[in-house]
Design a protein around this ligand. Sequence first.
Ligand code: HEC
Length: 181
Amino acid sequence: MSKMQKCIAGALVLCVAFFGLMFARVIAKPATKFELAQIPEDQKLTRMGYAKAYPLQFESFKMTMDTSPSPTKYGGADAYSHLTEQPEQIELFKGYKFSIQYDDDRGHWYAGVDQLNSKRIPGQLGSCIVCKSSYMYDVYFKQSGWDFASKPFDEIAAPIKEDEWFGCSSCHDPDTMKLRI
Ligand code: HEC
């Protein structure tokens, strides 16, 4: 093979590789569709009801159970007390409930249980569950609008089962899986 032929062959190989990659990226891009599953009516507000239907997303959501401290040291999943770490916060929050308890936030998996155990809850109203469970929308709001928001927190939280606190339906419409937040 002459030098010229080698050059042409090399250029051809490069062209094939370049357009092959373009084809893979643009035309045969990875599927962005997912199989829409039918979640049973009594499971729609739960977390476990989605485990079999959407195993990848469920596994990913379960990672919010991880309580190891954030490597960045900013925020993170370890529920330590800011008031113990920085006692001056007690003074700064004087008169506010955060002076009673101010723990670092944990992952979404714990949103319900941490709220139920919070020392700041006594005296609070139902509006506190707005971003903690889709119960507020799918049950309360659909029944009677914002009425729940001004009722006592304990009364509003009582019927919500352990598995019905923050989960897939907090962000997704269970029927279409479209985002609704
Ligand atoms: C904090 C909000 C939030 C929660 C909770 C959540 N998702 Fe998502 N989900 C998203 C967002 C944001 C996207 C990306 C949407 C996009 O890119 O258009 C998404 C995408 C998806 C998709 C589309 C396919 C994909 O993987 O990109 C599916 C299916 C899905 N989520 C299922 C679930 C399931 C099942 C759960 C519960 C185990 C869950 N999600 C919990 C916000 C959430």
